[in-house]
Design a protein around this ligand. Structure first.
Ligand code: GLY
Length: 373
């Protein structure tokens, strides 16, 4: 059944005011063509812990469509200024402008939507879904994407929170001792954090939805687009197999079409866990020399999360975090899951254990540990 524009705007307005819990499933309902019931399961990046609980409840109590459920899950982070990796309060590009990337896929109807370099609209995931629902296109970017969102009734707002603005000013002042910017009044060293949220869910009918949304790499060159809005890279969903998504260094993921590859590995018989690890190994094999240490290990991190149609799930990252790091930043190295056993963090599997962490990466982590201590 087609969705009316009015119904869409009502749903979006609720999400934009943080009331996405009441959102109605509005993807065109398609009878499930699967007989085997699946245990409803949601997986997400670590920052999705509140979102997986919400998405699970929506799917199981309200019979929400799986894509609507996972979008409501990521909306929590998109609207939360304390998550500086996504939506409102996300860290800006080199010019101090917050630009958002997001993509969605709806398994039962085999549709996708995507938005990149979106400014001034917090819920990029809902804009991606609106592109899927109301246009014959899959991806809109930049000014055209913003105009489309405003036409659809999304609310315009300044996405740069005071905290992210101060971080950007610090970063700029630390760029060079020879420029004309004096150091910021505090001397907190600003790292170059990434971030992002991916969430994938399968409902009791075996129907699947997936979403990834992000403000992308902090201080990026204006115009840079990462992996999140690229279908098959930031996330991918095939209703016959499962769904997968990614966070971490987008440039490394783009070259291996990582979400698509992970789903393809599952189609070939790998478990979600094995599939995530196999994709990371492919990413290492495709890494250019300048990003490898002397032993051929990548100087970056990348994470994959996956759920199979039958409710099995997994997640993997490139490196095991050092124990000293986990002492001050507990929870790193985990991803979020919700199923009949509740919402919780599960440990990510890894390609390299902590003894194999390249020295420069370990030094960076230890500097952070020292600052926090
Ligand atoms: N994975 C998020 C980004 O690279 O933009």
């Amino acid at each position: 059944m087609p969705v009316t524009r009015r119904a869409f705007l009502e749903t979006s307005a609720l999400a934009l005011t943080g009331l996405a819990a009441s959102a109605k499933a509005h993807a065109a309902p398609v009878p499930s063509n699967h007989s085997a019931p699946a245990p409803p399961t949601i997986v997400a990046s670590r920052n999705g812990i509140r979102g997986v609980a919400k998405a699970y409840e929506m799917m199981t109590k309200d019979q929400a469509d799986p894509l609507d459920a996972v979008i409501a899950g990521v909306n929590i982070q998109e609207l939360d200024p304390n998550d500086q990796s996504v939506g409102y309060g996300g860290r800006p590009n080199a010019d101090g402008v917050v630009t958002l990337d997001a993509s969605v896929m709806h398994g039962p109807t085999r549709r996708a939507g995507s938005v990149a370099a979106l400014e001034d609209i917090a819920s990029a995931s809902l804009v991606a879904k609106a592109i899927m629902d109301y246009t014959d296109h899959i991806m809109l970017v930049g000014k055209g994407a913003k105009r489309f969102a405003l036409d659809m009734g999304f609310k315009e707002q300044d996405l740069l929170s005071e905290e992210s603005r101060q971080d950007w000013l610090r970063w700029r002042s630390q760029l060079s001792p020879d420029d004309d910017w004096l150091d910021h009044e505090d001397d907190i060293v600003i790292e170059r954090p990434g971030g992002t949220i991916n969430m994938c869910g399968v409902d009791a009918n075996g129907d699947i939805g997936s979403v990834t949304t992000t403000s992308g790499l902090s201080w990026k060159i204006p115009g840079r687009v990462g992996d999140s809005p690229i279908i098959g890279t930031g996330q991918y969903c095939d209703n016959k197999v499962g769904a997968a998504g990614s966070t971490g260094r987008g440039e490394a993921n783009i070259k291996v079409c990582g979400a698509f590859l992970t789903v393809e590995f599952m189609r070939q018989g790998k478990s979600p866990q094995e599939a995530c690890l196999a994709t990371l190994e492919r990413s290492v094999a495709m890494t250019e020399d300048r990003l490898l240490d002397g032993k051929g290990r990548p100087m970056f991190s990348l994470n994959f999360y996956a759920v199979a149609k039958d409710g099995r799930f997994g997640g993997a990252t490139m490196y095991q975090y050092p124990d000293e790091y986990l002492e001050v930043l507990p929870g790193r190295g985990n991803y979020a899951v919700a199923n009949a056993d509740g919402a919780r963090h599960e440990p990510l599997q890894y390609v390299y254990d902590q003894t194999q962490l390249p020295g420069a990466l370990k030094d960076r982590m230890m500097e952070r540990v020292e600052r926090i201590r």
